[in-house]
Design a protein around this ligand. Structure first.
Ligand code: TYM
Length: 329
């Protein structure tokens, strides 16, 4: 079967953007593909983290994958730092990647502006580590949200450069970006994406937020004064809330527009809040069950690391050989 790989950073919590842009598609895709889902803790380290919180967030993120419906019988769920091939391949790729490819990265430039003097080499090198994550597993497809497009292009460029220099040996993966949900926007600003790093928690709906909190955030979400709700690029906040409604309800965009054509936000927001709360309820319940079952998550991550290491180890061995490293005796 064809293979897919994807991952999310363990910073804060997964939010509805991560879910609609990525995790939801992983769940539906895992039936047809040999699937690898990684918690990328080494990527989280590229900006300052508190050690205890990083550990907790790593567990939380893995447990959320499962709570969202990733089936550990079908899919390999693992923690990036448990598979040392990721860091080793990063070095090998560093020696192949021109600095100016990384200087072009939009996410690096945005984060670097915020961090100023604190910008580490790891942050600069972030996309090379991501290329290693991906190419080690030789996936056919990488399901991600829209914001990962540039990183995926870089991964493809690194694979091509490797093949040019050392002979065809790495699969150049395709990105899978489903149009719907690929870019969920902030509740506070329809022109910026919903993000784990937004300082305002009101900007995002976290998968583990309590029902009252979800209701409050939706109530306080930015809206506009136009009567009647439509998908309209000139009304980004309205479009974003309707999109969330549409994706969670499973109705067609036309049906959603027809239903709320005469409604204002005052009527729509409580309906949306009910929908979000009911949609996330089983996820939160499964999360609580997983978090409460001592040893369960650890077992899955141990098994996942073993399976992932096997696949990654074979690819790494081939790459080391192609690059001329002497095999260990
Ligand atoms: P991260 O942790 O920021 O996000 C995880 C996934 O969620 C998607 N996403 C969104 N989709 C729609 N709307 C949003 N507002 C939104 N915010 C986030 C992201 O596109 C992503 O698919 N660099 C990656 C992690 C990574 C990775 C990888 C991904 C490391 N190695 C290898 C794929 C393959 C990141 O920071 O994702």
């Amino acid at each position: 079967p064809k293979r897919i790989l994807s991952g999310a950073q363990p910073t804060g919590q997964l939010h509805l953007g991560n879910y609609l842009g990525a995790v939801r598609n992983w769940v539906s895709e895992q039936r047809q593909y040999d699937s690898y889902f990684c918690v990328v803790d080494l990527h989280a380290l590229t900006v300052p983290q508190e050690a205890a919180e990083l550990r907790a967030a790593t567990r939380r993120t893995a447990a959320l994958y499962l709570a969202c419906g990733i089936d550990p019988e079908r899919s390999t769920v693992f923690v990036q730092s448990h598979v040392s091939a990721h860091t080793e391949l990063t070095w090998l790729f560093n020696c192949l990647t021109p600095i100016n490819w990384l200087e072009r990265m939009i996410q690096f430039k945005e984060k670097a502006i915020k961090l100023g003097e604190e910008v580490g080499i790891g942050l600069f090198d972030y996309p090379v580590l991501q290329a290693a994550d991906i190419l080690l597993y030789e996936p056919h497809l990488v399901p991600v949200g829209e914001d990962q497009r540039q990183h995926l292009e870089l991964t493809r460029d690194i694979a091509r450069r490797f093949n040019d220099r050392y002979g065809e040996s790495l699969r150049v993966p395709e990105m899978l970006i489903r149009k719907e949900g690929a870019r969920v926007m902030s509740l506070q600003d329809g022109s910026s994406k919903m993000s784990k790093s937004d300082p305002s928690d009101l900007s995002r709906l976290n998968l583990l937020d309590a029902p009252e909190k979800l209701r409050d955030k939706i109530k306080r979400a930015k809206s506009d004064a136009v009567m009647g709700l439509q998908f309209d690029p000139a009304r980004p906040e309205c479009t974003n809330l309707l999109t969330i409604y549409q994706l969670l309800s499973g109705e067609s965009p036309e049906a959603v527009e027809a239903r709320f054509a005469d409604a204002g936000f005052g009527r729509f927001k409580p309906i949306l809040a009910d929908l979000v709360i009911e949609y996330l309820r089983p996820i939160r319940e499964r999360y609580d069950a997983i978090a409460g079952e001592s040893g369960y998550l650890e077992g899955i991550l141990r098994e996942g690391a073993l399976r992932a290491s096997k696949v990654a180890g074979l690819t790494l061995e081939r790459i080391r050989d192609r690059m001329g490293l002497l095999p260990p005796f």
